[in-house]
Design a binder for this molecule. Structure first.
Ligand code: XMP
Length: 310
C-alpha cells in the first residue's frame, strides 16, 4: 500500500463527504479510532467534534491520558463523563451477552446518540477496518457495531451517514498509517482492548469495587508484560473466592487470572511461554492487591477458549 496516497485520498474524501456540515467521532484511544481522529481532524478542523466517553470501564488514568496525548498533537477532544449511565445499565447483570448489550446500547442509544443530536452532526466517523467487516458479514461477531453491512440505513434510521475511512485496510495497515501521521508509539502500537473494556474482564457483576480490583491488576499486568511483545495480555477477575492467609489471618479472597497471548488477527491465539521469574513477580504484585489472594495463569489457546472471558 502507498501509505501517503491512502492518507491523502481519505482526507480528501472526508472533506468532500462532510462539506460545510459538522461531523462527530468517538475516540477510544485504540489505534483505529486514533487514526480516524487524526485523518478527520486534518480534513475538517473545527467542523469535527471528537469525544472520549468515560464509561467507568477504562483502565487507570486512561481517559485523561488519551485526551492529553491528542491535546499534545493540537487535536481537541471532549471528555464526556458517562460513568453513572454505564454503571447503572450494568447493575446486577451477570450474563455475558446482556453485559455486552448493556454497554453497546448505553453507548449508541444514550450517550453517543444524545451527543450526535446535540451537535446536529450529519456525519459520523467510525474506525471500522476490513477484518471487522469480514467478521460481521461472516456472522463471527456482532460486536463491531457495523450497521450498513447488516443492512441498516443509518441515514434513514438515525439521521446521519457513517464514514469508515479505514474499511479497506487491516490492523497492520492501520498501524502503518498511524506511524506515518505521527501518532506516538503509545497509540500506534497499542495492544487490542475491547470496546466494552474492563466489563469483559470481570466474570459476574460489574461494580465500582470489582472494577477497582481488576483495574489495579490490569495496571500490573500491562507494566510487567509491555516488553513481552505479545499480541495481547490481560487480567481477569473471577466470580469465585478462595481461602488465603493475610497478616496471619485467614481470609476468603478474590482470584485474578492472567492471560498473555500471541496471535496474528485474534481469530486464533496461543499462550506465550513466560519466564518463571516474571510469573512469580506478577503473582507477587497481584496478590498484594487488597482482597486478592490468588493469581492464576491461563494457558488455554483460542480455540477452544476465546481471548476474553465474557
Ligand atoms: P474474543 O474474546 O472474541 O476476542 O476471542 C477477539 C478479539 O476481539 C477483542 N474483543 C472485542 N473488541 N468489542 C471489541 O471492540 C468487543 O466486544 C470485544 N470482545 C472481544 C478481544 O480483545 C480480542 O482482541
Amino acid at each position: 500500500m502507498d501509505c501517503q496516497a491512502f492518507v491523502d485520498e481519505q482526507i480528501a474524501s472526508i472533506k468532500e463527504s462532510v462539506g460545510d456540515g459538522m461531523a462527530i467521532n468517538a475516540l477510544s484511544g485504540g489505534v483505529d479510532s486514533s487514526v480516524v481522529t487524526v485523518l478527520a481532524h486534518r480534513a475538517l478542523g473545527e467542523k469535527l467534534k471528537t469525544v472520549f466517553v468515560d464509561s467507568a470501564l477504562m483502565r487507570e488514568g486512561e481517559p485523561q491520558r488519551v485526551v492529553q496525548l491528542f491535546a499534545d498533537m493540537g487535536i481537541p477532544v471532549d471528555l464526556v463523563d458517562a460513568r453513572a449511565e454505564f454503571l447503572g445499565a450494568l447493575k446486577g447483570l451477570t450474563d455475558p451477552e446482556e453485559k455486552r448489550n448493556a454497554v453497546t446500547n448505553t453507548f449508541y442509544s444514550k450517550v453517543f446518540g444524545d451527543l450526535v443530536r446535540q451537535t446536529g452532526a450529519k456525519h459520523l466517523l467510525h474506525g471500522t477496518i476490513l477484518t471487522d467487516i469480514e467478521e460481521t458479514v461472516d456472522g463471527i461477531k456482532r460486536q463491531h457495531n457495523i450497521l450498513s453491512q447488516l443492512g441498516i440505513d443509518t441515514e434513514k434510521e438515525f439521521g446521519y451517514q457513517v464514514l469508515e475511512p479505514l474499511k479497506t485496510i487491516r490492523k497492520d495497515g492501520v498501524r502503518e498509517v498511524a506511524r506515518l501521521v505521527g501518532l506516538p508509539a503509545e497509540l500506534a502500537e497499542r495492544i487490542p482492548f475491547p470496546g466494552p473494556a474492563l466489563a469483559t474482564r470481570i466474570v459476574g457483576k460489574v461494580t465500582e469495587e470489582r472494577l477497582a480490583t481488576v483495574r489495579a491488576a490490569t495496571t500490573i499486568v500491562e507494566e510487567e508484560l509491555a516488553s513481552s511483545g505479545a499480541f495481547q495480555y490481560m487480567a481477569v477477575l473471577l466470580n469465585d473466592r478462595a481461602t488465603g492467609i493475610r497478616n496471619g489471618r485467614r481470609e476468603f479472597g478474590q482470584i485474578i487470572v492472567v492471560r498473555c497471548l500471541d496471535s496474528v488477527d485474534a481469530r486464533t491465539a496461543t499462550a506465550v511461554e513466560l519466564p518463571w521469574e516474571k510469573l512469580h513477580r506478577i503473582c507477587q504484585r497481584i496478590t498484594a492487591i487488597d482482597d486478592v489472594n490468588r493469581c492464576l495463569i491461563d494457558i488455554t489457546p483460542k480455540p477452544p477458549a476465546t481471548i476474553e472471558y465474557i
